[in-house]
Design a binder for this molecule. Sequence first.
Ligand code: GRF
Length: 212
Amino acid sequence: MPPLDLGVLVSGNGTNLQAILDAIAEGSLNARVRLVVSNKAGAFALERARRAGVTALAISHRDYATREEFDSKLVHALREAGVAFVVLAGFMRVLTPVFLDAFAGKILNIHPALLPAFPGVNALGQALAYGVKLAGCTVHFVDAGVDTGPIVAQRAIAVNEDDTEDSLAERIHREEHALLVEVLRWVAEGRVRVVPGVDGGRARALVSARGS
Ligand code: GRF
C-alpha cells in the first residue's frame, strides 16, 4: 500500500501529533504528514511539526466570518498539500458539513474518555467529578455531532482514588499516543471501514484482521 497522506489539525501541545511523527520516523507507521494546521498561532504543535520538517500553518478561525468559511479554508489548504486522510489531534473546533463532506469517512478524532461517556470539553474533569473507576480514550470517526461518530478503538485504565486531573491526564495521554498510532496503522493497511447502521441503528466502524 502507498503511504497514507495525513493532515493533522491541532490547537495545543501536540503530543499526539508527536506520537504520529515519531512512529513515521521510526518506520512503524506507513504514512506521511503532508500538513499540520493549528487554529491557534501559539500552539506548540506547530513547532513540533516544523522540527520534523513538516509544513505547519496557523489558520485562525477568528479571521473568518463564519465556521463554513473557516472550514473551506482548511479544506483548501489540506487538499493543496495532498492530504487524503485527516486526524484531529487536540483540535478544539467543531467542523461543519463543508469540511465533513470534503473528507467524508476520512476524519478521525482522539478523545480522552470512554465515549459515549463524557463527550466535549474537559472530559477528564467530568470523569473525575462523576467518580468513575475506569477512564480511557477513544479514537472515532468524526460526524456532525460532538464526539459522536463511529468508534474505531478504545483503551481503558483504572482511576486511582488519589488521581488528580494531571495524574490521570498523564496516564491517558500515554494510552492515546499508542492507540492513535495503532489505529492509523490499521487505516494505512486499508483495514478500517464504516458500515451503515441496520434498522435505524448507528453506523459502526469495523476493523478487519490483518491480511484478510
Ligand atoms: C488529547 O487529550 C486529546 O484526546 C484531546 O486533546 C488532547 C490533545 O493533546 N482531543 P495533545 O495536544 O495531543 O498533547
